[in-house]
Design a protein around this ligand. Structure first.
Ligand code: ZN
Length: 95
């Protein structure tokens, strides 16, 4: 379904569905960034207060957790939005 990390293919390689008409935009990026950022900030404060690691541990730890998690959430959420759009709106415009 994806041609890159977040770029949606124009045609589904499995079933041939035309995905070029589907546009979910970047509407998912804001909630993912806000929720994940708040969660990771809370975890960082907790880890710092409990374990008191050196600053470079934070520098390595949080990006290595945040980037894959954010990408996974974006890919999953985008696929879900495409599925919802296909199910609810796309069919109404078809003749
Ligand atoms: Zn398909």
């Amino acid at each position: 379904m994806y041609a890159g990390l977040l770029k949606v293919r124009s045609v589904c390689p499995a079933c041939g569905l035309d995905l070029a008409q589907v546009d979910v935009g970047d509407g998912l990026a804001t909630p993912v960034i806000l929720v994940l950022g708040a969660l990771l900030c809370g975890l960082a404060v907790w880890v710092d207060s409990v374990f008191s690691p050196p600053w470079w541990v934070h520098l390595i730890l949080w990006p290595s957790i945040g980037f894959p998690l954010g990408l996974g959430l974006m890919r999953t959420g985008k696929a879900a939005l495409i599925g919802l759009q296909y199910r609810h709106r796309w069919h109404e415009t078809e003749i």
